[in-house]
Design a protein around this ligand. Structure first.
Ligand code: ATP
Ligand code: MG
Ligand code: FE
Length: 346
């Protein structure tokens, strides 16, 4: 089946076209430039940008895929979680298309889509797979027996998401928003010379939060370190701070991901979400998976950050599995839980 996916949960208008697990088109229009001067995504600005970009981006995706809209067998759209007003634009567009063409619509979970997108690059996910989902709004370890119906959270961040920590530390270092890619690049010229804290990795914290993460203490530690350096009148070694901070984040992420695999007898790990584009995370995850005999799957960076292909990928998998589509009055749910893979009744 031919599935068109629509993503508008944050500041990317993404339209993907997928046949089975084959990616035919992945058109993304981002409003990120419009948010830079605010240092973060402004919801109203994002919603308006989705409205403007929607039709041209759909046209571009269809042209890239060499299809007409009437060829599409099913539509998939991010129903949540995300910015309410932004989600509504995508959901309304998907309903208009599905209703006018009389095709089913799947209202799907953005986080499950971040996990499922790897199928477009590496084929069907092994079952079960452990997923490390690290993005701007989420950081979770998920046990995934079936990405269309059974996603089990083992742990999550108790404060900031990993991507949020990258963005906040970038600001402290005077790097532009969104900071993740800038820290990644700066770190390449630096060395890991500062020993920043690894939250929830020892003692009682580790006992109580075995598979949870905490990055807010790390962020504060970096800010204090930089302030102390500035107060001393010495220049801030941006590359070294970036490398040391990044190492603290990816060390904890990979350590807990491999522990979750070992304790649950899971032999496959997939990374997803914008932070999975981080070059050091990709290298360290591979090293630690090799050492543990775990197979690692990491989508290419363009599939890690928000896009429409991931939505189409999960929609396509829903069709393949014979899952029920959503109703034409399906809601946008800004706080859709990760356990709810789609808006259809289970
Ligand atoms: P969510 O998926 O939780 O709703 P989101 O959609 O805003 O959040 P994504 O687009 O999946 O998030 O990821 C964006 C985040 O990824 C930003 O915080 C950004 O800084 C981070 N990011 C992108 N590239 C990199 C990189 N190379 N290294 C580290 N972080 C990165
Ligand atoms: Mg974005
Ligand atoms: Fe995302």
């Amino acid at each position: 089946p031919l599935v068109l996916g629509i993503e508008t949960s944050c500041d990317e208008t993404g339209i993907g076209v997928v046949r089975g697990t084959t990616l035919l088109a992945d058109a993304v229009a981002s409003s990120v430039e419009e948010h830079v001067r605010f240092g973060g995504v402004v919801p109203e600005v994002a919603s308006r940008a989705h409205l403007e970009a929607m039709v041209p981006t759909i046209r571009r995706a269809c042209a890239d895929a060499g299809i007409a809209l009437s060829d599409v067998d099913a539509f998939a759209v991010t129903a949540g979680p995300g910015l309410a007003g932004a989600l509504l634009v995508g959901v309304a567009a998907a309903k208009a298309l599905a209703l006018s063409l009389d095709k089913p619509i799947y209202g799907i979970n953005h986080l499950a889509a971040h996990v499922c997108v790897d199928q477009l690059q590496h084929g069907l996910l092994p079952e079960p797979t452990m997923a490390l989902l690290v993005s701007g709004g989420h950081s979770s370890l998920l046990l995934v027996p079936d990405v269309t119906s059974d996603v089990q959270p083992l742990g999550a961040t108790i404060d900031d998401a990993a991507g949020e920590a990258f963005d906040k530390v970038a600001r402290v270092l005077g790097l532009p928003f969104p900071g993740g890619p800038h820290i990644d690049r700066a770190a390449a010229d630096g060395s890991v010379v500062i020993d920043f804290p690894r939250g929830l990795t020892s003692g009682r914290d580790m006992q109580r939060h075995r598979f949870d993460f905490s990055f807010s203490g790390l962020k504060t530690a970096v800010a204090r370190w930089v302030e102390a350096r500035e107060a001393s009148g010495e220049p801030v070694p941006v590359a070294d701070v970036a490398a040391s901070f990044q190492e603290a984040v990816v060390d904890v992420l990979t350590r807990k991901a491999l522990l979750a695999c070992a304790e649950n007898g899971v032999e496959h790990l997939v990374l997803g979400g914008g932070v999975a584009a981080n070059s050091r995370l990709r290298v360290l995850a591979q090293e630690r998976c090799d050492a543990a005999g775990v197979t690692l799957r990491v989508p290419r960076p363009a599939l890690c950050t928000d896009n429409g292909a991931m939505v189409a990928a999960l929609g396509s998998e829903m069709v393949r599995r014979g899952r029920s589509p959503g109703r034409f009055d399906l809601p946008a749910d800004s706080s859709m839980p990760v356990t709810q893979v789609s808006t259809a009744p289970a």
